[in-house]
Design a protein around this ligand. Structure first.
Ligand code: CTP
Length: 410
């Protein structure tokens, strides 16, 4: 059964009598496995106290855009990044209007504007306000932008009217949130990601390696977690901390990475090879430090196995995604790799430009499939990783991948 295990839900509470149901909603989201943090608008605090929401969520409630204490802990950008889903329940007519305008002058609106996560609103208002053309036009605009609208329901209202405008019940909202993850993400799937450089020893202190920082691979692992996958990250030497909720396995050489990938690939639905794997290793690494006695020395190198290609060749192969670092003819070179290695998708990464590549936080990615090429807007590695994972999830849900019999029978 799909639940909200591992999901981070930011619950936004705006002003309305239905805010009294938000405490129950927090409890039910948590029962479904989600971690919940709460942002309240000023008018929401007229209907339910922040203390109640703090007690049920187990975290301090965020209220002010420019609160020095909160900014020191988690500011609006951190909250926006933290969220796997921003759910605004209740969403008042006023809040819906603010969201439509793209306002950023209160914390909740600013978080909605700053997040790359899906945003859902659960409208709650008087039936006349609901049917007003202004509200309906606002909602049509929000829907067009990809905002999910949960409800409202019909029935008797706090003001005595009967009609549309009642906030959906917490149980319905939890169900809809669950559905959202199920249809869009990688819920319940296992993803194996390689990241970082490899280290091919020459002697105990020297090696052949490369400048990969691991940032892109780690960002892909985090994006897959956010999409609901179980993630096994197999990383060469990097300076990065292990991401939360990811099973991280640290390796050194390409051969070790190959062995570790193959020890785990049986469980994988998706393999994403982001590591910059050394193509060659030293034929005879020395067990003692080499002394500089000779004027010249020659290192004999032998080919490392191609991890990505070996995964794509498996009889029960996962959906297999490669990365290609190219300096020129990006699409043509990457497409050649896609075909040669028989991949489902390759993400081509232009290197050698300022503001992209190995050590940068920014990157540029072009996604290449057999029939199409998708240029992702340049952005930080985290945003690009989310876009890549979103694309993979869509490809899987659209049934593009039928190469793995295990997956086809799901
Ligand atoms: N890769 C791998 N194992 C290797 C070499 C590469 O799994 N031994 C994977 C990388 O993780 C990446 C993809 O193959 O997903 C492309 O690697 P790249 O080095 O760009 O391409 P190569 O096939 O090595 O070709 P070349 O170096 O000639 O460009």
């Amino acid at each position: 059964m799909v639940t909200l295990t591992n999901k981070r839900v930011l619950l936004g509470v705006s002003g309305g009598i239905a805010a009294y149901k938000s405490a129950d909603l927090v409890r039910r989201l948590r029962d479904a496995g989600a971690e919940v943090r709460v942002v309240m608008t000023r008018s929401a605090t007229e209907f339910i106290t922040p203390l109640t929401m703090q007690a049920v969520s187990g975290h301090p409630v965020y209220q002010e855009l420019l609160d020095t204490d909160a900014e020191a802990g988690m500011g609006h950008i951190d909250l926006a990044r933290w969220s796997d889903l921003v759910l605004v329940a209740p969403a008042s007519a006023n809040f819906i209007a603010r969201l439509t305008q793209g306002r950023a002058d209160d914390l909740l609106s600013a978080v909605c504007l700053a997040t790359a996560a899906p945003v859902a609103v659960a409208p709650a208002m008087n039936q006349q306000m609901w049917s007003n053309a202004a509200t309906q036009e606002n909602l049509a605009t929000l829907r067009k932008r990809g905002v999910h609208v949960f409800g409202p329901g019909e029935g008797s209202q706090a003001c005595g009217d009967i009609g549309l405008g009642r906030m959906f019940e917490p149980t319905q909202l939890v169900e809809l949130a669950t559905e959202l993850f199920k249809s869009r993400g990688l819920d319940g799937l296992t993803v194996v990601v390689t990241a970082g450089p490899t280290w091919e020893a020459i002697d105990p202190v020297r090696a052949i390696t490369n400048k990969s920082s691991g940032k892109m691979g780690y960002a892909v692992a985090v994006a897959a977690i956010e999409a609901g996958a179980n993630v096994i990250l197999i990383a060469g030497p990097t300076a990065l901390p292990d991401p939360e909720r990811v099973t991280a396995i640290h390796v050194t050489s390409a051969q070790e990475m190959y062995d570790t990938v193959h020890a785990h690939i049986g469980a994988a639905d998706i393999f994403i090879g982001v590591a910059a794997v050394a193509d060659y290793r030293v034929a005879a690494p020395q067990s003692n430090k080499i002394k500089k006695n000779a004027e010249r020395m020659t290192l004999e190198l032998i080919r490392n196995p191609d991890i990505l290609e070996s995964v794509a060749k498996l009889a029960r192969r996962p959906f297999t995604v490669g990365f290609a670092a190219e300096t020129d003819d990006v699409v043509a070179n990457a497409r050649a790799k896609l075909e040669k290695k028989n991949l489902d998708l390759i993400a081509a990464n232009r290197v050698g430009l300022p503001g992209s590549g190995f050590e940068s936080d920014e990157n540029q990615l072009t996604l290449i499939e057999r029939e199409r090429v998708i240029e992702l807007p340049a952005g930080n590695k985290r945003t690009l990783a989310r876009a890549l994972i979103h694309h993979i999830a869509e490809a899987i849900h659209a049934g593009h991948r039928i190469k793995n019999p295990r997956q086809a029978h799901r």
